[in-house]
Design a protein around this ligand. Sequence first.
Ligand SMILES: [Ca+2]
Ligand SMILES: [Ca+2]
Ligand SMILES: [Ca+2]
Length: 133
Amino acid sequence: MLTMIAAVSTLATTPASAIDWDWGPYYTVDAKPHGATMYFEERGDILKVCDTESDSKHAIAYVNMGTQDLDEMYTLTDWHNDGKCSYARASDGSWYNLPENRWYSLTICRAYNDTGDTQFSSCSKYYRIYNDH
Ligand SMILES: [Ca+2]
Ligand SMILES: [Ca+2]
Ligand SMILES: [Ca+2]
């Protein structure tokens, strides 16, 4: 029993950096080193988004259901290149809990504020992933 408790607590505290990502890294298409990176892990529907350049642009990922850019589930922004990435998980509930056994398409962009309007640049292609576990 003690062993089981220990195992459970270890699992709960596994750092996100230990995740073996199913998909990614996917990069924005700006010159290396790219300004934004995205990863996805099917178990737990974990999306990781990283702003990797210290400038006025953010990293933003789009998660769409299906194989095109038509049906947006959610977006996730990582605002600064501060050594920490931003995460979304199924356990966050609602639209973050992506239905299984479906196709999704993911893209990563850079975003910046241009006199009040958000502009996007350097978007990757749409990566098609099948979320089956
Ligand atoms: Ca999943
Ligand atoms: Ca940045
Ligand atoms: Ca960050």
